[in-house]
Design a binder for this molecule. Sequence first.
Ligand code: WTA
Length: 630
Amino acid sequence: MEIIHSFASYIDQYKRSIENPEEFWTEVANDFHWRKNWDSVLEWDFHKAEVQWFKDGKLNITENCLDRHLPTCANQTAIIWEPNDPSEASIHITYQELYVNVCRVANMLKANGIQKGDRVCIYMPMIPEVAYAMLACARIGAVHSVVFAGFSAGSLIDRINDAGCKLVLTSDGAYRGDKVIGLKSIIDEALEKCPTVERVIVAKRTMSRVAMKPGRDVWWNDEVKKVTDSCAAEEMDAEDLLFILYTSGSTGKPKGMVHTCGGYMVFTNYTFRTAFQYQERQVYWCTADVGWITGHSYILYGPLSAGAITLMFEGIPSWPDMGRFWHVIEKHRVNIFYTAPTAIRSLEKAPLSFVKQYDLHSLKVLGTVGEPINEEAWHWYHENIGHGKCPVIDTWWQTETGGFMISPIANITKLKPAYATLPLPGIQPAVMDENGNELLANGVEGRLAIRFPWPSMARTIYGDHQRFKDTYFSTFPGKYFTGDGCKRDDEGYYRITGRVDDIIIVSGHNMGTAEIESAIDEHSAVCETAVVGYPHDIKGQGIYAYVICYDRPHEEDKLRNEIRELVAKIIGPIAKPDKIQFVSGLPKTRSGKIMRRILRKVAEGDTSNLGDVTTLLDPSVVDEIKAGAI
Ligand code: WTA
């Protein structure tokens, strides 16, 4: 399929993709290496939440990310790895080297008992081995479940057990700015409660001393030496599982989103090339962690299947100083830079001299993802980083969607700050009102649903298809419900306004309020908790917890600290509440439902109009909550 090169060709491709989706996606899919062609392009039933793309097509995604580039691009860089510490050397890994390493790690997995269909948990820092690990799983048909290395033991336990992982890949530790995090000891703690794990393979990164459990734990370096570096790719069905990635839900239990091989490959590749208008040999840098969907789709699979040069960064934006991102852009002459609004907002607060000391002229395209970008941050990014000449590609999508859904196309779509703009080909958004009616006109606001399947949509929630159906396909029968609110303006441009459910997005990370509540409830002094989000300057949303204790706490700050540490221990530091207010009761309806609307308003500092409180069981708690607001 020819890449869109003008607005007219966007309109043309979009039209074709809607009028004849099967023909359109066939044309896109024909650009890949399939061992056998599919028998049917699309089978779907949104009422049953069932979707299949390229049924009976046979492929291996790593043949498309690696083998097929070797005849022409073996010596071209595939991954540029930039370490946490700028004084350590960066590494350029060619397609040939990546291929060899992936094959070796694939053989290492096999030698350690992993077969097609087995689930492998990956809990690693941003080092080249994590890329080898993910691709090695894909090569042999094992299903990877990457858990973000900032999550703690409690989160790992839930995820490892839910997927029934047999093997864990980890490292001795991780560098994060000037800190060293003991990943292996977190794994050790988690595995006390994970009976399915038989083997742990430990890569060396920080050279920290770690405990190795005999019979279970082995060193990566030793294991890779025992195997060869040739490994034929397993033949996979288009609909075989490629990976599971957990995302937060409205209940405490995270949802294991299932992505499959064929459609995911086709869509991440197509959207990567289209939205960023990637040109051969450009250096592309996505600052996400591989623990999130952005890292899966747009550090690894999309760019590598396109033969791109993808930069992988181990560190953080604020260390050794607030100029690190800009330094890396200058150092590697980055052409396309893709980051999160929360990072932009925090870097915007630093003196502009951190930006100005670096030469950013290599930049051609900027991108953002993860949460709505406010206009101010958009302009700062556009002017100071892009010098007014790089389009800002605001990509709206989700773990569930696998790839970009609504996004400008670089240098083709007219931009509008804070708008994700227009749907990419194949994507059919629908704006719904509260009664479930579709709003067909422009100039409307409502809930965002999607009318028709696209190739990289999640196929189910691992082990719980009913929850998949209930969460995404029951709100608006016959449509996929995104959980987001949106506006469609007079020109048909989309602006995503944020979640309309109990998920909050803190520094670009999805978190279920229920998950945080249940962690806080683990404290012996705590009786009940309600958590809401509130607007936060840098993080986008902050976490505000209303906590009822059995006895009025004597030392409130001490208890606050204990609660924060407990949440860090159970979920991870990213879930620590910013504000904790102790209350004697929560605003509940007579049926016992917490009126979160009221709690949100108080947390936002807007108590002027709390709406109708007469249906509350005890309206007087509202005054107490207002008076004690932080
Ligand atoms: C939000 C991240 C506004 C949205 C890829 C979505 C955005 C959730 C944008 C998914 C954007 C993501 N503008 N909001 N450009 N991108 N979101 O699963 O609320 O971590 O539903 O996937 O992030 O977050 P997730």
